[in-house]
Design a protein around this ligand. Structure first.
Ligand code: ATP
Length: 296
């Protein structure tokens, strides 16, 4: 196995620089969430890892050696523009893809059956891909990424459009693959899911990584807020409390070093205090801060 390392990747389309010295590492056995706004460069990055696109500069290595044609065969890839043959039957297609990556006919057939079963599309094995619903096509697409027993997984928005049951199935498969030691990187706009699932998260903005770490590490960098819920308080009760910088509903942002006891005392004086606790920012809040530039 080994770590997947992207180092100072740059890529321009004509005059337009899309990736600007991007670097990050997906460790073996790690589930890494790759997030960023539309057009930030996620798909471009993944296609460079795959070798479908060439970077202008920078390197991609795995286990200490640059990725080459042979090591790229060990990647399981789920492209954003799903790449199945619509007229080919599900089972045939999976066997074909596994064979293409060098698996024996028996291994390819066995793996196709196993993954169809695991991903809940076994009864559709004899159907043409185009006859499946989009969500089921996506399950087949994941099977296609897994059928050759990849040592690296790169998945472009694997969760988009899936129903909650399929999200759970997909999540468990990714967890299991990473538990086997495979570095798994996937992009997603579903940040609650990324927060729940990933060991580490990288946020890309303007073609560069602006934050990388575990959710807890990123939360350390974000500003904690105070949740203060008071019943029966008049509007504007907190307006003159020292140290309060901003308020959104029951959430208060305090000035650095401000004493939260001022707010508590004011709240007790204003009404019935039902909740009073510090709250770390969610990944969605951190993401907003980072992509709008507040913490970049
Ligand atoms: N073949 C191309 N020619 C010119 N520009 C391109 C090409 N492919 C992508 N781009 C541009 O590169 C930028 C990055 O695109 P990319 O698809 O990598 O973003 P993304 O982060 O995957 O976005 P999304 O979340 O919307 O999928 C975009 O501005 C896009 O318009």
């Amino acid at each position: 196995m080994g770590n997947l390392i992207l180092d100072r990747i740059s890529k321009s389309y004509g005059e337009r620089k899309v990736l600007d010295g991007l670097g990050f590492e997906v460790r073996e056995g790690e589930l890494f969430g790759f997030v960023g706004s539309n057009g930030a460069g996620k798909t471009t990055t993944m296609r460079i890892v795959l070798g479908v696109l060439a970077a202008d500069s920078g390197t991609v290595s795995w286990g200490g050696a640059p990725l080459d044609e042979s090591s790229r065969r060990e990647i399981g890839y789920m492209p954003e523009e799903r790449g199945l043959y619509p007229k080919m039957k599900v089972r045939e297609q999976l066997v074909y893809l596994a064979r293409l990556r060098g698996r024996s006919p028996q291994d390819a057939r066995r793996a196709a059956e196993e993954w169809m079963e695991r991903l809940g599309v076994a009864e559709r094995g004899g159907d043409e891909v185009e006859k499946l619903s989009l969500g089921n096509q996506q399950r087949v697409q994941l099977a296609a990424a897994l059928v050759h027993d990849p040592k690296i997984l790169v998945l472009d928005e694997p969760f988009s459009g899936l129903d909650p049951v399929a999200v759970d199935v997909m999540s468990q498969v990714l967890r299991d693959k990473s538990a086997e030691g495979v570095p798994v990187v996937f992009s997603s706009h579903q940040l609650d899911l990324v927060e729940r699932l990933c060991d580490r998260v990288g946020i890309i903005r303007g073609g560069a990584m602006v934050a990388v770490g575990t959710t807890a590490e990123l939360q350390e960098q974000g500003q904690a807020k105070l949740l203060c819920r008071v019943e029966g308080a008049p509007d504007g009760w907190a307006e003159t409390v020292p140290g309060v910088l901003a308020r959104e509903g029951d959430l208060f942002t305090l000035a650095p070093g401000a004493d939260e006891q001022h707010l508590l005392r004011a709240a007790l004086a204003a009404g019935q205090v039902r909740e009073f606790s510090w709250r770390r920012p969610t990944l969605t809040e951190l993401f907003r801060d980072v992509v709008t530039g507040d913490k970049a």
